[in-house]
Write a protein that binds this ligand. Structure first.
Ligand code: FES
Length: 104
């Protein structure tokens, strides 16, 4: 089963903490040391909504594909225009699977 199929199929509930959905396996994350998934417009640039995370990160920095705004991999801080950080999401690891809470 592909990661995309798993994303559609599996959603877990975590009580009051909200709903998490499957993001990827730890093996996928380890494979390249960088993992990018486009889920419900979750990784959009603060400038004009371009895709963030599709360039290979370099020196701990992601660069937006559209106009080259730069973001810290560590915390999503915008290095081009401080104060315009990427949105952050809750993660949960269950065994080898990584889940994301797009609501918080
Ligand atoms: S949309 Fe990302 S830099 Fe413009």
């Amino acid at each position: 089963m592909t990661a995309e199929e798993q994303t559609k199929e599996k959603t877990i509930s975590d009580g009051d903490k909200g709903t998490y959905q499957f993001l990827a396996t730890m093996e996928e994350l380890r494979k390249d040391g960088q993992l990018t998934r486009w889920i419900d417009d979750s990784n959009i640039c603060r400038h004009f909504g371009g895709p963030v995370g599709y360039h290979k990160a370099k020196d701990g920095v992601f660069t937006c594909l559209w106009h080259n705004w730069r973001y810290s991999c560590a915390d999503g801080a915008c290095l081009s225009y401080p104060g315009l950080s990427l949105r952050q999401y809750g993660l949960k690891i269950d065994g080898d699977k990584i889940y994301i809470n797009l609501l918080g």
